[in-house]
Design a protein around this ligand. Structure first.
Ligand SMILES: CC(C)(COP(=O)([O-])OP(=O)([O-])OC[C@H]1O[C@@H](n2cnc3c(N)ncnc32)[C@H](O)[C@@H]1OP(=O)([O-])[O-])[C@@H](O)C(=O)NCCC(=O)NCCSC(=O)C[C@@](C)(O)CC(=O)[O-]
Ligand SMILES: NC(=O)C1=CN([C@@H]2O[C@H](COP(=O)(O)OP(=O)(O)OC[C@H]3O[C@@H](n4cnc5c(N)ncnc54)[C@H](OP(=O)(O)O)[C@@H]3O)[C@@H](O)[C@H]2O)C=CC1
Length: 410
């Protein structure tokens, strides 16, 4: 932020970086975080010619981000944020009426979610439930061969309490739920699954699992190769997350009277159901997609950005199946998201605009009981995803997807 910057100090730091006297990432050791960021902007501007004035116009002290959220900070990438709703949600954790905050650069997205929420709300609101939870970390161990691999799998099943004691010694909030061994020749993957309360939990479970791995190495002949062995699976498309779930598995559903479908969505329950079957189910199956939906990733990404979630986890956030049934009096629709990895404490949630996004939902910080705020956030994301599906399926059914984007998105 420019009014907190010592301009002379920034210039001198930039010169020291350019002369090789200082590393770019060392500047916070020599100045406050805003001045360090300004010095980096000068270095980058001198190097590239890019004008970074707008990047430097951020609305929070740099020290709130530098250190725990970013290294080599030069400013902020600002993304427009809007709201859709309000909508009533009858959830296991969230109960009441709320606007949903969404940050995006895609025109027509908020209009779409807004339309979906308006028809859901007019129809009595959404029902949502978290049906399973657990954040995973799966280290890979090397053994001498299949006999030792089998023995390690058995040892793990017999000694889960020992592993739990080690893992939980590193955290006040994390609870080890189970450890599942997977054997591939001389590789053993131990998939640790934790209740992480209101944190998304990746730092928490990585630290806890590291401690448990020390016990495995002390008590068996196996050697740890990598603390993450990709059976977790974090930030990659993976069937295990779609089948077993990761973070929160959550469903939102609504039943829409026929007249509301016709008035607001400009189509019929039967037409929406046909698009869902032919596109979301058959089309996705033919394509080998893990997401049996149209645009779940759009809503997940926009709500993750607005509330301080880890944007890379949109990959598994898009594992969702849409079920739609045309009934005599209207339409039943549900979106089941297998792996929504969200938190209301930790990570990016403490940054000011992201915390404000959580405030819109009324769920900033730790919940009472623990975990209830993160459950509530998952239910809100699922409700937004349901709205996005209803609106987009309807736009496809009534053939106005391209005209909507021509009007709002260009
Ligand atoms: C654009 C609409 C909503 C128009 O839909 P419409 O029915 O023509 O609009 P309307 O003017 O009759 O208004 C109906 C309601 O929509 C909302 N609405 C309407 N306009 C706005 C606006 N400007 N701002 C906020 N809300 C708006 C609002 O709730 C309004 O009710 P009201 O409040 O007036 O009683 C509709 O055509 C639509 O939803 N189209 C689909 C667009 C969409 O879903 N885009 C998402 C991105 S697509 C993509 O990225 C993924 C894709 C497609 O590649 C994935 C795939 O392969 O499937
Ligand atoms: N390390 C890794 O491999 C990866 C890290 N990440 C990053 O990890 C971060 C998220 O990790 P995460 O562990 O969630 O966050 P943090 O590392 O910010 O830790 C959150 C901590 O908050 C404490 N806490 C306070 N109140 C609560 C509460 N009500 N519920 C739960 N915890 C509470 C816990 O401390 P205590 O444990 O003492 O109870 C918890 O460990 C993100 O920045 C993400 O980008 C993402 C992917 C991989």
């Amino acid at each position: 932020m420019t009014d907190r910057v010592d301009a002379d100090a920034a210039e001198s730091l930039a010169e020291r970086v350019e002369s090789g006297d200082l590393r770019l990432y060392e500047l916070e050791e020599h100045a406050d975080a805003d001045t360090a960021a300004a010095a980096r902007r000068l270095v980058v501007t001198n190097h590239s010619g890019a004008d970074l004035d707008t990047t430097g116009e951020y609305a929070f002290p740099a020290e709130q981000a530098a250190g725990s959220n970013i290294e080599n900070m030069i400013g902020a990438a600002q993304i427009p944020m809007g709201v859709a709703g309000p909508v009533s949600i009858d959830g296991g954790a969230f109960s009441g009426e709320t606007y949903l905050p969404l940050a995006t650069t895609e025109g027509a997205l908020l209009a779409s979610v807004n339309r979906g929420l308006s028809v859901i709300d007019a129809s009595g609101g959404a029902t949502a439930r978290v049906t399973k939870k657990g954040m995973t970390r799966a280290p890979v161990f090397r053994t001498s061969g299949i006999a030792e691999s089998q023995a390690l799998a058995e040892w793990t099943r017999d000694n889960t309490d020992l592993l739990r004691e080690a893992a939980e010694s590193t955290t006040m909030h994390g609870k080890l739920l189970d450890v599942t061994p997977y054997v591939v020749g001389d590789n053993v993957f131990l998939r640790f699954r934790y209740d992480t309360a209101d944190a998304m939990g990746m730092n928490m479970v990585t630290i806890a699992t590291g401690e448990a791995c020390d016990v495995v190495e002390e008590e068996t002949d196996a050697s740890l190769v990598a603390l993450s062995g990709n059976m977790c699976t974090d930030k990659k498309p993976a069937a295990i997350n779609a089948v077993e779930g990761r973070g929160r598995s959550v469903t939102a559903e609504a039943t829409l009277p026929r007249e509301f479908v016709e008035e607001t969505l400009k189509t019929t329950p039967e037409a929406i159901a046909e698009v869902n079957t032919r596109k979301n189910l058959i089309g996705s199956a033919k394509a080998g997609s893990l997401g049996f939906n149209a645009q779940v990733a759009n809503v997940v990404a926009a709500m993750y950005l607005a509330t301080g979630q880890d944007a890379a986890q949109v990959v598994e956030g898009s594992n969702g199946i849409v079920s739609v049934e045309a009934r005599e009096d209207g339409l039943y629709a549900a979106v089941s998201l297998a792996s929504i990895e969200v938190g209301t404490v930790g990570g990016g949630t403490k940054l000011p605009t992201q915390a404000e996004g959580l405030d819109v939902l009324g769920i900033r910080g730790g919940g009472d009981p623990a975990g209830s705020n993160a459950d509530a956030l998952a239910e809100c994301v699922a409700t937004g995803a349901l709205a996005g599906e209803l609106s987009l399926l309807s736009a496809l059914a009534s053939r106005n997807l391209s005209s909507a984007h021509a009007e709002l998105g260009r």
